[in-house]
Design a binder for this molecule. Structure first.
Ligand code: HBI
Ligand code: FE
Length: 297
């Protein structure tokens, strides 16, 4: 794998991973559990009472923040995760999801190589990390855990258009791997799936999982006057660096999930070539003539 994406960097350079004693739960980052496609069984019996309690507390904290900050599609679908007081079973969610959009969720032991990740998305399978963060990591965790992956990513997989975008992204990723363009495509994921904002008649709202699963960034992204919010433009976005260690300095705002899906329809080969000829831009940069969206009231 070409390990240039930010999440890998966050894991490699970030806070040292918590280590567990022998026999302790959950088995964090144990890739020997994984099959050839990096998926694994959700180790449900191994969750401790603390793991379930951490999920319950994280869920409650995020849920009460959603009105006025999260997009309507997310709010409508969040209850599809099931009972909020304990970690759900992936199979139960998959059963519902298959009926609505033909997606499934599959367990993984943590971050997986890009190509394996893209291959799963292309098959309408979303990889969900199965272990839960420790209570010490309640406010911030450097790598995805079961709460980020489930709460942040899974509700929008119940939206038919967004669900199709995710599959198109996976297909594009398999192709980008062959064109050595994963870094550019990772920016698309970052600024849409993880940190995307959407314009609504009531003002901007969050649809990105990194925002929706974060205690502080949800309010920052949607209501703070500090960050830049500029209209989604594929080439502009692919030129733009992002931050992995703080709230984003800038966000890209889509009009609709249809716009996002349509942006992935063309062949990206000439787009990558065009982007490579243009200067890269700092996170939070604003170019002359670019219009900003204001914070939501
Ligand atoms: N693996 N489990 C997991 N979750 C991710 O979000 C993920 C990954 N591997 C690669 C990856 N993301 C990135 O390459 C994306 O930025 C494209
Ligand atoms: Fe994520």
């Amino acid at each position: 794998m070409n390990s240039t994406d930010a999440q890998d960097k966050a894991v490699n350079q970030g806070v040292a991973p918590v280590t567990y004693g022998k026999g302790e739960r959950p088995p964090r980052g144990d890739y020997s559990r994984a099959r050839a496609d990096y998926t694994c069984e959700q180790d449900f019996g191994r969750y401790s009472a603390t793991d379930h309690d951490t999920y319950r507390r994280l869920y409650a904290r995020q849920l009460q923040q959603l009105p006025g900050l999260a997009c309507a599609e997310f709010i409508a679908a969040v209850s599809q995760l099931g009972a909020p007081e304990r970690i759900p079973r992936f199979d139960d969610i998959s059963e519902r999801l298959l009926k609505v959009t033909g997606w499934q969720i599959v367990g993984v032991p943590g971050l997986i190589p890009e190509e394996a990740f893209f291959a799963l998305l292309a098959q309408r399978k979303f990889p969900v990390t199965d272990w839960m963060r420790t209570p010490e990591e309640f406010d911030y965790i450097v790598e995805p855990d079961v709460f980020h992956d489930l709460f942040g990513h899974v509700p929008l997989l119940f939206d038919p258009v967004f669900a199709d975008y995710m599959q198109a992204y996976g297909r594009g990723g398999l192709k980008a791997s062959r064109l050595d363009a994963c870094e550019l495509l990772a920016r698309l994921y970052w600024y849409t799936v993880e940190f995307g904002l959407i314009a609504t008649a009531q003002g901007v709202r969050a649809y990105g999982a990194g925002i929706l699963s974060s205690a502080g960034e949800l309010r920052h992204a949607v209501t703070s006057p500090v960050p830049r919010r500029i209209a989604f433009d594929l080439q502009r976005l692919m030129r733009t660096h992002y931050r992995i260690d703080s709230y984003q300095a800038g966000y890209f705002v889509i009009d609709s999930f249809q716009q996002l899906f349509e942006a992935t329809a063309p062949d990206f080969t000439p787009i990558y070539a065009a982007v490579r000829k243009l200067p890269e831009l700092a996170a939070g940069a604003l170019l002359p003539g670019e219009r900003e969206f204001g914070p939501a009231a």
